[in-house]
Design a protein around this ligand. Sequence first.
Ligand SMILES: Nc1nc2c(c(=O)[nH]1)N[C@H]1C(S)=C(S)[C@@H](COP(=O)(O)OP(=O)(O)OC[C@H]3O[C@@H](n4cnc5c(=O)[nH]c(N)nc54)[C@H](O)[C@@H]3O)O[C@H]1N2
Ligand SMILES: Nc1nc2c(c(=O)[nH]1)N[C@H]1C(S)=C(S)[C@@H](COP(=O)(O)OP(=O)(O)OC[C@H]3O[C@@H](n4cnc5c(=O)[nH]c(N)nc54)[C@H](O)[C@@H]3O)O[C@H]1N2
Ligand SMILES: [Mo]
Length: 727
Amino acid sequence: MAGVANTWGYGAMTNSLNDIRHSKCIFMIGSNAAEAHPVALQHILRAKEVNNAPVIVVDPRFTRLAAKATDYVRIRPGTDTAFVMGLINAIIQNDWYDKEFVRTRVAGFEEMKEVASHYTPEVVEDITGIPASEVVRIAKIMATHRPGTVIWCMGGTQHHIGSSNTRAFCILQLVLGNMGVSGGGTNIFRGHDNVQGATDMCVLSHSLPAYYGLKDGSWKHWCRVWDVDYEWIKSRFHSKDYMNKKGFTLARWYEGVNQDDKIYQYTPIKAVVFWGCASNSQSQYFKLKKALDKLDLVVIIDPFPTMTAAMCEKDNVYLLPSTSQYETEGSVTSTSRQVQWRFKVVDPVHDSKDDYWIMEELVKRFGFADKFYKNIKKVPDDVTRELAKGSLTIGYCGYSPERIKKHTLNWHTFDIDTLQAKGGPCDGEYYGLPWPCWTEDHPGTPILYDISKPVAKGGLPFRARFGTEITYYSGRKENLLAAEGIANPGSEVNGGYPEFKDVVPGTNWKTDLSMKTIKYAISKGMAPFGNARARCVVWTFPDQVPVHREPLHSPRPDLVAKYPTYEDKPNHYRVFTKYKSEQRPELVKDFPFVLITGRMVEHMGGGAETRSNKYLAELAPEMYAEINTRVANDLGIRSGDMVWIESPEGGRIKVKAKITERVDDKTIFLPFHFGGFFQGESLEANYPSGHVPYALGEPANIVTNYGYDIITQIQSTKDGLCKVSKA
Ligand SMILES: Nc1nc2c(c(=O)[nH]1)N[C@H]1C(S)=C(S)[C@@H](COP(=O)(O)OP(=O)(O)OC[C@H]3O[C@@H](n4cnc5c(=O)[nH]c(N)nc54)[C@H](O)[C@@H]3O)O[C@H]1N2
Ligand SMILES: Nc1nc2c(c(=O)[nH]1)N[C@H]1C(S)=C(S)[C@@H](COP(=O)(O)OP(=O)(O)OC[C@H]3O[C@@H](n4cnc5c(=O)[nH]c(N)nc54)[C@H](O)[C@@H]3O)O[C@H]1N2
Ligand SMILES: [Mo]
């Protein structure tokens, strides 16, 4: 359950980690898998060695992953959209794109092509710092090595234009025709072991479980699943409006307390529960300090006293010791959409209780147990059953605790290359029943959007979600369904079709709990969600086609004028969010370095667990800043000297200098796993005695800058500005 309380990344892998073994080209942008996903790296190295696949790594730092690359591309932080639109443009201009795929399965190509044409190799060089010839060379490598995979992670998402970055990465794969095939796909290496499961169960503030939107129909659906009265649920809200209003996000909940930026809620936030969540993972951390001091109640449910505990110098702070994953059991969903059962290894140690026990006790004491626990006889098995029953949208409906356990216990019967069982009790099924797993005899969907297999055997087309026709801003009209002749084998309709509804009158495939609709569609060889085209234009987004926008705090005032950010956005998840009014081109004069943050292999997240482990603490005991040799020499800083790093918002940290060529002379890198210091002061005395982590250090997030994605509000911790001086 680690980190269940938040899901920062977004998206899911279309293929799987193992499927990368079939890739002919591996393009990794904003990922340092050598440190963050070292086990997955084995499949990448395998493809490199066996298929001779080029490994292209795009990162502002020469990382440990870059050390394994065939082609390393150093990019200026926050300019990924410009680079990738440049690749797309080069692929189209040189006639390297997959015309048949585009003709039959893609929508909005013409509008996208027109936007991409702005990103000539020279324009890309100016924005990103990547030589124009490199742009064309990388595009050619990708075009001549198909199918290839595109992998990204937090270097792609943690920006104000993070959602444009991820869309550009997807468009690149559409243009190359790399979707729905083994060795291809868009493969987002996700964070915590169950972050995909946490997202699917919607530990998010803008939807109900399984991506059912915040709408009356969705509430009614889940009320039927929970067997709880809809009117009663409604009565729990301040008013009906709040039922369908997005909540605060983890990135900015504290504004609901501090109210430094206007909030859109009838009352300020008065209490906060950190359930498997470290507060030092949040940007502009010193602002959280203010909120923590102001709250009436703080509850921390964690196996370790996190930095949050040490930060709260006040009463009404409760630490509830939870167990770790090894002391409890349940299902988890991996980055590859595969479900596994995690069995208990040891009984809970000391006074700890597992998260289920804590949840059930809370629900009992709030007085809701008769409503929510009446059908739960056995935890966690019946919880899994309930989620499977309701989560039709992503095809959790084929799961049962028995099936999941059978897979986990027989994992050795599955083939490492195909993930399919060869004989044994799971014969023919794919490991972990990758979702959608439509029915109790469906084998799971190993590759999304693969039209070479029947739907009943794990095939699927692109989903029809947005109607059947659209008129773009260009005035052009387009049919959104797949072209004639495009369908899975055995489909009764040989071409595009809309989603299934009214098989049971008044329901659709997402709300028919009898599952007759889903079974009917599959019996016709068709996908319950229809068969459409993938979109290059998203008409509900401010940038309908991804375009470059300079980071809020940019080192290039000249480019701010050319590529300004968005207008400010009121009521963005209940907070006023600054874009234009925060983009101050003059900042760079006083804060001359670009600040990026990220991970080390030895530590995890906020570091409460790993810094409390003496072996890991010994391997990586100290917080540091990576500073380029030239910068260090110019500033008179030697390796091991203490330096101050300061942010435009007024945060400052005192850390050790690590002089290195990993970063260039415009960039500073900080790992974000440290805690227990605050702006030069140790908080050691604030930890409960006997529970001080072995390694303490300044949180990088004290100096990460203001900035949030325009769609998801993910914090922009990979393109700020900072200043450096010798301490
Ligand atoms: N050991 C360990 N493993 C982990 C974690 C951990 O804390 N410790 N955390 C897990 C979690 S929750 C997650 S989400 C994943 C994250 O995994 P990753 O995203 O791979 O890890 P990061 O180091 O945060 O960021 C990756 C790279 O992005 C680069 N980067 C920064 N800015 C930019 C940019 O503008 N463009 C591009 N292209 N690159 C940029 C950084 O230099 C960094 O090398 O790791 C998971 N695995
Ligand atoms: N500057 C900067 N900030 C970042 C990032 C970055 O790249 N740069 N990355 C962001 C990302 S992608 C993420 S995911 C977040 C991660 O941030 P968090 O999720 O806040 O960090 P973790 O330390 O992974 O948090 C997990 C907490 O859960 C506890 N825990 C472990 N197992 C259990 C359990 O079974 N039950 C309970 N109740 N608790 C448990 C751990 O002890 C730990 O304190 O950080 C974000 N912040
Ligand atoms: Mo993450």
